[in-house]
Design a protein around this ligand. Structure first.
Ligand SMILES: *Cc1c(COP(=O)(O)O)cnc(C)c1O
Length: 393
């Protein structure tokens, strides 16, 4: 079915469907490593790109392609490349776009390993880097140099909930021929479409909202233009970070309910954020949906909603945070986010422990920050769970 002119929810359910010989309602799992050619000529044509037949699963697979085609359509890109994990998406993009003597400008407060792999590894290969608060556009302007190849932003950032104006940041970058990459994990295309706002490449950890059921780890990269798509895809194929067909099947299945999961999670998050903001033991709450969020207006402008990630600090600091984390029963004390279940975690000792304390401080990740991923459970139960845990402080 051609879903190009259809609405977002129709695309979620029907885009990328792969017709098989039996007319199965969903794309089957093509659990195969290789594909037989019809003839020597057909094999040669597949390798030469003259035929779009499948060759070998690291290069492409029908189940994975169905998911990739759906993601390309949902993000309004030319094509998508599915990867084994979100970090495989991040590192494939870095590998494709950076090199000896090139420079990257990166949001200071990105997912910990997305920053650490630059500092730890890409620096060893002669890549230069500057980390800035990309929510302040003048810092992006000042950081761009003659050899800058990439502007890498995450918005909202993990876990400080800072937003970067994608449209304005892209304008600045493009004046200097800099490629704009956006990690859209926290929003998903349901809430934000970076390519429509001017970015060149979007990536996701599909482990989070896209799959939404905490049962796989995966990633995807979507490029706006054909040349960029081919460059990134070729890099992924050589690095070998492809998504497995079984993983693709589960992710595509999860994707279909993205809108209704997001709607519920977001409605719950708004209530939880309001509850936290009114609680006497809470010092601060960061949630883009609250009027108190410093970039609430930008969130309304560039997003179709506010997602379901909340960061907060307790008056009792980290010690109080530990009491809450140790006493919740419904919320699981676990990293990851964007699933149907509510999760709570402590970035300074968990997801962002790979960053140095200085880097965390620069990124605004205080030791007392607690991150809450609101799920789709009955919201009164989520609040009651928090309430009884907070009473123990
Ligand atoms: C989790 C996450 C990643 C890394 O994804 P994995 O699937 O864990 O490899 C990258 N960016 C953001 C914003 C994330 O939350």
């Amino acid at each position: 079915m051609n879903t190009k002119d259809k609405g977002f929810n129709t695309k979620l359910v029907h885009a990328g469907a792969y017709d098989d010989v039996f007319g199965s309602a969903v794309t089957p799992i093509y659990q195969t490593s290789t594909f037989a050619f019809k003839s020597a000529q057909h094999g040669a044509d597949c390798f030469a790109g003259k035929s779009d037949g499948f060759i070998y699963t690291r290069i492409g697979n029908p189940t994975t392609k169905a998911f990739e085609d759906a993601m390309a359509e949902l993000e309004n890109g030319f094509g998508a490349t599915a990867t084994s994990s979100g970090m495989s998406a991040v590192s494939s993009v870095y590998m494709a776009l950076l090199g000896m003597g090139k420079h990257i400008v990166c949001s200071a407060s990105v997912y910990g390993p997305s920053r650490s792999i630059l500092e730890r590894d890409f620096s060893r290969y002669g890549v230069e880097m500057t980390f800035v608060d990309t929510s302040d556009l003048s810092q992006i302007k000042n950081a761009i140099k003659d050899n800058t190849a990439v502007l890498y932003i995450e918005t909202p950032t993990n876990p400080t909930m800072q937003l970067t104006d994608i449209e304005e940041a892209s304008k600045i970058a493009h004046e200097h021929d800099v490629t704009v990459v956006v990690d859209n994990t926290f929003s998903s295309p349901y809430l934000q479409k970076p390519l429509d706002l001017g970015a060149d490449v979007v990536l996701h950890s599909v482990t989070k909202y896209i799959n939404g059921h905490a049962d796989i780890v995966g990633g995807v990269i979507i490029a706006k233009e054909e040349v960029m798509h081919k460059k990134i895809r070729a890099q992924m194929v050589y690095l070998g970070g492809n998504m497995d067909p079984h993983q693709a099947f589960l992710t595509h299945r999860g994707l279909k309910t993205l809108s209704i999961r997001m709607e519920r999670a977001e409605a719950n998050a708004m209530k939880v954020a309001e509850y936290l903001e009114a609680h006497p033991k809470v010092e601060w709450v960061l949630y883009p949906g609250l009027k108190s969020h410093p970039q609430h207006e930008l969130a309304k402008k560039q997003m179709n909603g506010f997602s379901s990630m909340i960061s907060f600090g307790l008056k009792g600091g980290l010690e109080a945070g530990k009491i809450v984390m140790n006493n919740v029963h419904l919320a699981a004390l676990a990293v990851s986010l964007g699933g149907v279940e509510t999760l709570i975690q402590h970035p300074a000792s968990m997801t962002h422990a790979s960053m140095s304390k200085e880097a965390r401080e620069q990124a605004g990740i205080s030791d007392g920050l607690v991150r809450f991923s609101v799920g789709i459970e009955t919201v009164e139960d989520i609040i009651e769970d928090l309430d009884q845990a907070m009473a123990k402080i």
